[in-house]
Design a binder for this molecule. Sequence first.
Ligand code: FAD
Ligand code: SF4
Ligand code: SF4
Length: 1003
Amino acid sequence: MLIKSVSGTVSTDTSEALSRRLESETQGEVLFDDGSRGRYATDASIYQVMPVGVFVPRNGRDVSVAIDIARDLKVPIVPRGAGTSQCGQTVGAGLVIDNSKYRRAILDVDVENLTARVEPGLVLDHLNAALKKHGLWHPVDVSTSAQATLGGMAGNNSCGSRSIAYGNMVHNVLGATAWLSDGSEVAFGPVNTLTGRAAQIAAFVRDLADQNRNEIEANWPKVLRRVAGYNLDIFDNQNTRPYTNDGSVNLAHLLVGSEGTLAFTKDLTLKLVPLPRNRVLGVVNFTSFYAAMDSAQHIVRLNPSAVELVDRIMIELALSNPAFRPTMETALIGRPEAILLVEFSGEDRPALVKKLKDLVTLMGDLGLPGSVVEMQDEAPQKNLWEVRKAGLNIMMSLKGDGKPVSFIEDCAVPLEHLAEYTAALTDVFERNGTHGTWYAHASVGTLHVRPILDMRRDGALKMRRIAEEASELVRKYKGAFSGEHGDGLCRGEWVAWQFGPKLNEALHAIKREMDPIGLFSPGRIVDTPRMDDATLFRFPPPGSQHPYTVRPLQTVLDWSDWNVQNDAITEKTSTPGSGGDPAHGFAKAAEMCNNNGHCRKFDAGTMCPSYRVTRDEQHVTRGRANMFRLALSGQLGEGALTSQAMYDTLDLCVSCKGCKRECPTGVDMAKMKVEFLAQYKKKHGFTLKDRLIAHLPDYADQISRIAGLMNLRDRLPGAAWISEKLTGFAAQRPLPRWRKDTFWASHDTSLFSTRQQAIAAAPKAAALFVDTFNATFESENALAAARVLKKAGYTLYLVQKEQGRHCCGRTFLAAGMVDKARAKLAALLEDVLPLARAGVAIVGLEPSCLLTLRDEALSLGLGEAAKTVSSQALLLEEFLAREAKAGRFALSFKPAPAPILLHGHCHQKAFGAVAPILEVLRLIPGAKPELIESSCCGMAGSFGYDTDHYAVSMQMAELSLLPAVRKNPDAIIVADGTSCRHQIAHGAARQARHVAVLLDELS
Ligand SMILES: Cc1cc2nc3c(=O)[nH]c(=O)nc-3n(C[C@H](O)[C@H](O)[C@H](O)COP(=O)(O)OP(=O)(O)OC[C@H]3O[C@@H](n4cnc5c(N)ncnc54)[C@H](O)[C@@H]3O)c2cc1C
Ligand code: SF4
Ligand code: SF4
């Protein structure tokens, strides 16, 4: 029996039998619905193949049973970690087995012998975080370290920025236990320790290597960065670095880089090294790209731990990004054409500083005196590395159908040829009407470059032409075609090219020996498809079997900014709305997701809270964007856009806008959710709960008059339970307390002026926008803000309440009532437009409300008025920070009675509005406000009040926010979001304050 290929079909009966058996014989998650399959049909490559189904095993037994079942039913298996492969290693028409959710334990750390044994789904950063206390790390520091699993890293023979010092995965794996396709479990390790089946395989591979000794000598690339094919050279090392410290042979190295085609890894034993105590960085500035490339060969002689390139385009992109600009500027001398980041690391700091001086001397000798920026402190180095790591992501934000495509992005050439190679490849790009941005691993001759290609049109043709010309250059300079990202579907056909027919046959022999039935990822490494087989593309062009087309859709929001095309040479985009998207830009917005997986993160930042608690591909930004793309292009069948499956995929999205800021390509799921809800509700109608939430601004005033009665819900036994049954608000969750003394009932009218003209003429003025939440439930915040501004001498206008002008439409947007939101906003704009035109700031307190003016208001067809008001809309803290800088806000404050702990609202984070709160808090004498490193609080407007969301909401809060609050019992907690304060009160029994209240108390 030989199991078939990458894109072959499996009958419905077989698929059903597979699903049934997995359900009954394992404890894992069995995901065979169209949506799940669609979400696992892509990785960070240009390919898409629908799997038969997805299996998420809970334990090793589940995997082993799944292998047996798949073998019985002749269904191929595609192992998967985070799915960040760039060449299509994790897509295939088989059973995708996702290790990343449950199979992620650290099984053992041996501090003395510097080893760790881990399950394959463990993420590298999580291992290294656990190792930090021992002063150790696993040093294959890939850019995707926050997502990449160790199983996936071993599968791809991944390589980090510091590979010149530590080598690739193959140099850092010491052993592996894996299942073969016959179901046997085999321990792979040092050859001299092997017995049984492992010894048999070792003997087989040794014989093959012996038979092919001359071919290996002649045709195997002699570079550190060769990851193509199988490591047949373990018995006769061709790598510039020995695979083992003592020159012995380790059979586990045969699995490394085999891309899941030989065996399914159960666990890995990894090499650990001491964390370097010190690092120094020299940033060499070059006036020509060629000079930078030419210098690399000389710089590596100083034994740096990394030499990384950033070219002019990347420098300019970083300078144009407000988040990266300050850091990039610290590295530059004038406007260089390229910079090299040269790092030295080790124990002995003076020795490292000496190396930095040697670098300065060397550059002088090479005719570049005064070209090195020396960074000896940790913080500036760390910041610059972050910018370098974000390099690819910065590049990928290009809108339009032309995208930087990864297919020759990691060819490795010996350093002495790097300058000629890059110059020649740049010519190749030009001849093909495109260009590429160069960056990354100069130390090892692996420069990343992605020419811009339009895969929906002529991209495949150009891809082939460029690949062929690039391959000639690689051959000329005796390099490796696949130097970091593996073979997958994209470079499979180049394996035979790289090694020649005889060695290629030897690779086939290895596959036959270890996986004779072709169960594991057939069609990779051997028997591979062509890289430009359009049936495997995510965006098959016209003329192919199933060309990619988008179904027409009348959208409710304006998506025209995404509806553009771009120029592959200049990267200039056409005018908004001209991109030809039948869904008016909504489809192109979803297509911006290139599946790089950056949203699967747990480190600093917000994105993506629902993934952080569920670890489900369904509940991560990538999964949601994929669902939209597939639905909008008709790949999930009729009505998919407004289906229950789509609803479920969006259900846990808390609209935190974390992705809007942190997704490298700017996927804005919160906005997409509004569009979705509007489309969905148009078809399915609104629920009572939808109406209660959306219309709160309309009825809040009347209800507050019967506050006592309303509050009985949380006082009378059983009342909350009844309300849950009637409305869907979770009984466990106290609702905001109604009160009679709302802002509107209690504010001092003498604080405000109603004459807009006089306000506009005043030297210091602001318009205070009091949202429904602060007005109704926490009037003290709005009153405090008014007092603070008044004390500081501002003439105040109060945004009027009549005719619903005090409402930004947020609650309506959250329910999908876009027309109503538009009407509310239009009324608000009408009131404040004259002031905004006169340059008066519109100052708000609730981040999600005020920032609606800067965000959604611009997508509702409200024209110039929305733009003008948006440009003047500021949160109180943004306004105060701006005014303080300009010397206009100079209140004196008393010292705070306790340390201050700040939780930023997600929308504040998304709009970079957290730094201003810190600035304002620092105006308090002696205050050292500390920011809680938290994602979303989990309340997210009405999300956390919902019966179905309560548990997830609490899990989100428990990720970091509530523990941080509990850990600091004496601190003053500042949180500007209404829902954040409510979550803190409910989850940690602590009263958080709006910054306005603190400033008022202390002034
Ligand atoms: C923006 C970006 C930057 C990147 N930077 C780098 C970089 O700096 N260096 C680098 O080397 N790569 C880089 N990559 C590529 C990719 O991130 C790495 O190869 C990463 O190690 C893959 O990890 P993963 O968990 O996503 O693996 P996956 O993509 O899920 O899988 C990788 C391979 O391993 C196999 N596999 C997974 N688990 C098992 C198992 N249990 N048993 C057998 N086979 C298994 C899969 O079948 C597949 O062939 C980058 C990718 C992106 C999108
Ligand atoms: S949503 Fe953004 S971060 Fe997530 S995979 Fe897509 S492009 Fe990457
Ligand atoms: S808005 Fe927040 S919850 Fe929704 S996908 Fe983006 S990061 Fe995730």
